[in-house]
Design a protein around this ligand. Structure first.
Ligand SMILES: [Zn+2]
Length: 328
């Protein structure tokens, strides 16, 4: 009944494909909005599993999901299917990086930001620009958030806004500064509204929107594209190349390190590994994820060999724990 969308717009939404990267606070809400609105195909990508502290802001999850150690992409898909069974929803439990970008992002009509780190955003920005896919950037931390529509060939890109990555520890994250739950709500709602406008052929908002819910400040800034921008100006797309695509990442503020195997395809035999590890520690899990809990560390192992090692932010330590418990 809303005129700018109408029946025709609703049909266009039904025929659209959206990719949501990250199923945390932003991703939970933005995916819920577009699924309820009738976007026909939604792909969710998330590398993590649900933890108790997520429930304060990640609206698709419950205590039951925490007890079941469910990956976020799996739990989110289940909940979204209960909300709208007519939508095709794919839940991908994996890391988005230079090696997986093509597989997971190609064919999207829009890419929606639900991630929690700038490096992944830069990868999406490069991929989106190179392949001319609209990318709706969003970020939320503490009491404030930002969002911007990145339309290749028309607007500035994210790299115009952040020409270089700030050194680790310099910018606030949800784990170091916290985030009040309404902030990702507001940013995700703006992202979803822009996606709906885009997919139904309507005019989009321009510039960077900044919102601080504590002070009540809402502001819009113009962002100019630069010829010297390494993404949209020079089209170097360096985040799509192996040197920038790291295999080992410290998970910011979480005292955890993620290790991704180069092959990425090999399926770990959970039965064998469980037998081996239960002799030396506690093992729990389900068919998507296995958790090994020892005295000081908690290691979450995914089917493709990717692991999140909690209890250290030392990359070398994590690497040695991985080879000790999981293998080379
Ligand atoms: Zn740029």
């Amino acid at each position: 009944m809303f005129n700018p969308i109408g029946k025709q717009g609703q049909r266009r939404l039904r025929d659209s494909k959206a990719v949501v990267v990250g199923c945390g606070a932003l991703g939970s809400r933005v995916s819920q909005e577009i699924v309820r609105s009738g976007c026909g195909y939604v792909r969710l990508i998330d590398r993590d599993f649900v933890e108790l502290s997520n429930l304060q802001r990640q609206v698709l999850f419950t205590e039951e999901d925490v007890r079941k150690n469910l990956p976020k992409a799996v739990a989110a898909r289940e909940r979204l299917k209960e909300i709208n069974s007519e939508i095709e929803i794919e839940g991908i439990v994996d890391d988005l990086n230079f090696a997986t970008a093509e597989k997971y992002l190609s064919g999207a009509n829009v890419i929606l930001d639900g991630t929690d780190n700038l490096e992944v955003r830069m990868l999406i920005n490069d991929y989106a620009w190179k392949n001319r896919i609209p990318y709706i950037y969003g970020a939320a931390v503490s009491s404030y958030g930002n969002t911007m529509n990145i339309i290749p060939g028309k607007t500035a890109c994210l790299r115009c806004l952040y020409p270089t990555l700030p050194p680790p520890g310099e910018i606030d994250t949800c784990d170091t500064a916290g985030v009040i739950s309404p902030v990702p709500g507001v940013i995700a709602s703006v992202e979803a509204a822009e996606a709906i406008k885009l997919l139904t052929g309507n005019e989009l908002r321009k510039g960077l929107l900044y919102a601080d819910l504590w002070s009540g400040r809402f502001e819009s800034f113009e962002v100019k594209s630069s010829e010297k921008c390494r993404c949209c100006g020079m089209e170097e797309f360096e985040f799509l190349t192996p040197d920038k695509g790291k295999k080992i990442t410290t998970l910011c503020g979480r005292n955890a390190v993620q290790i991704t195997r180069a092959d990425g395809e090999e399926k770990i035999n959970f039965v064998e590994l469980k037998e081996k590890l239960s002799r030396i520690g506690r093992v729990e899990g389900n068919r998507f994820i296995m958790k090994f809990i020892s005295e000081k560390y908690e290691i979450s192992i995914f089917k493709n060999g990717r692991a999140i090692i909690q209890g250290t932010d030392d990359v070398n330590k994590a690497r040695s724990l991985y080879s000790r418990f999981i293998g080379e």
